[in-house]
Design a protein around this ligand. Structure first.
Ligand code: HEM
Length: 427
């Protein structure tokens, strides 16, 4: 195997395959060799340059002119002709949104659409998240056992996302199936056979998103970020074009909740499997905001993101030819000992935890990061109060969707003795 320039690649680089279960099970561990020996390497199986150290990943994120985000939502597994014709049948036209838009259009658009994400606007979300968290917990708190993903971590972020966007929540049931198809279609390596069914679901997702958008556009007076976006489109159609509305409607329906659901499940898994960290936050809930950052560092829900070199470049001393595609593995960068002391330790007191790259970095850094953080914090606050004695169910298999970027367990089983619930003891 060789790089596009004809140089031979190492055996490790040749073997790198993010669609192998080991990558999803423990992405930082899977790339430990690269961080140590070959921090920027070409992967012949993927056709991407893989970047694994903190400073290199950050430097690429920082320069969004030399390293364009235009390929962020490209199908990483090229569509077969059959898939193309299925998608065409549904009128699928995913194009530029925000996350894959180049300058100068990107910044102009981001500025126009930023208001709803400002901390003072998000304050109103907190009571809603807390109310939902309590209500969902009431359903299982006396049961002694629950799959937290199914019982709570999937639905609440979805509810909050729809509320934030202004999207009515009928039909929300279908969205999970759609979001899975979108993830596999964009970041997965399905077989040609699997791709056919995935394409049908992606097509239906597209159509559903367009119907929602059309209904909202017919009366663009409601509250929520998509309504604000529609109104900005009417005022500035050059900055917020119609094609943006169409693509964003679908992209955000997945991005605004899958990321948070997965990050929450990852955080509970991390803390419960490092009992000392869990006990520390139970004893002192003021540690929770930093614990959230530490969990985003060691178990982020977006573990790799893409850029394309717009000119010949150098990353970590390695020449990268113009046109090359790069996979920036944040999950590896977040374990780089050059930046984080004892990176393998889960340390809820770690001062630098917030410097993780899970939300990206620079001009495109996640706009919704504080919505994700808020939910994770509130969930932890409610659990340390009501179920501090909860434990992971031992030996449960942790299943992940096979793809380069979106990571979170499909289920997370926990158990506890309801007779020991603090609220019951106080009563
Ligand atoms: C962009 C991660 C939650 C909306 C991004 C990017 C990442 C990311 C990695 C690309 C950053 C880059 O290219 O530098 C996450 C994670 C989340 C989360 C880990 C949860 C824990 C959310 C939520 C929303 C949201 C809840 C909206 C309600 C966006 C938007 C962008 C973005 C609009 C595009 C920003 C731009 O390109 O200027 N996110 N996200 N995200 N995210 Fe998030």
């Amino acid at each position: 195997a060789a790089t596009p320039g004809g140089c031979p690649v190492s055996a490790n680089a040749a073997a790198f395959n993010p669609f192998e279960p080991a990558y999803m099970q423990a992405p930082a561990e899977y790339l430990r060799w690269a961080r140590e020996q070959e921090p920027v390497f070409f992967s012949p199986q993927l056709g991407y340059w893989v970047v694994t150290r903190y400073e290199d990943v950050k430097a690429v994120f920082r320069d969004n002119l030399l390293f364009s985000p235009s390929i962020a939502l490209e199908k990483i597994t090229p569509a077969t002709p059959e898939v193309m014709s299925i998608l065409q049948r549904y009128g699928f036209a995913m194009n530029r949104t925000m996350v894959n838009e180049d300058e100068p259009d990107h910044m102009e658009r981001r500025r126009l659409l930023m208001d709803a994400f400002l901390p003072e606007r998000l304050i109103t979300l907190e009571p809603m998240v807390r109310h939902l968290a309590r209500q969902y917990m009431d359903r299982f708190v006396n049961q002694g056992r629950a799959d937290l993903v199914a019982e709570m971590f999937y639905e609440i972020p979805l509810n909050i996302a729809l509320k934030f966007l202004g999207v009515p929540d009928e039909g929300a049931e279908q969205l999970r199936q759609f979001a899975v198809a979108h993830t596999l279609n964009t970041w997965g390596r399905p077989t040609p056979q699997e791709q056919l069914e995935i394409a049908e679901n992606v097509g239906r997702f597209w159509q559903t998103a367009q119907q929602i958008l059309d209904t909202m556009r017919a009366q663009p007076v409601g509250e929520g970020w998509m309504y604000e976006t529609i109104r900005q489109h009417l005022l500035h159609p050059d900055v917020v074009p119609e094609s943006y509305l169409r693509s964003m409607m679908m992209a955000i329906l997945a991005a605004a909740h899958e990321t948070t659901s997965n990050a929450t499940a990852n955080a509970f898994l991390t803390l419960l499997s490092h009992r000392k960290a869990w006990e520390d936050i139970c004893a002192n809930p003021a540690l929770i905001p930093n614990a959230v950052e530490e969990c985003l560092r060691v178990a982020g829900s977006i573990i790799a993101w893409r850029r394309q070199a717009t000119a010949d470049a150098v990353v970590g001393g390695v020449p990268i030819p113009k046109g090359s595609k790069l996979l920036l593995v944040q999950a590896s960068a977040n374990f780089d000992p050059r930046h984080f002391e004892n990176p393998d330790e889960v340390d809820v007191y770690r001062e630098a935890a917030v410097e993780h790259l899970t939300f990206g970095y620079g001009a495109h850094q996640c706009m919704g990061k504080n919505i994700g953080r808020l939910q994770m914090r509130v969930f932890l606050e409610e659990f340390v109060r009501r179920l501090p004695h909860m434990r992971l169910v031992e030996g449960q298999p942790l299943e992940y969707l096979s793809n380069t970027s979106f990571r979170g367990p499909a289920q997370l089983w926990v158990e506890w003795n309801p007779a020991r619930n603090p609220e019951r003891l106080q009563a």
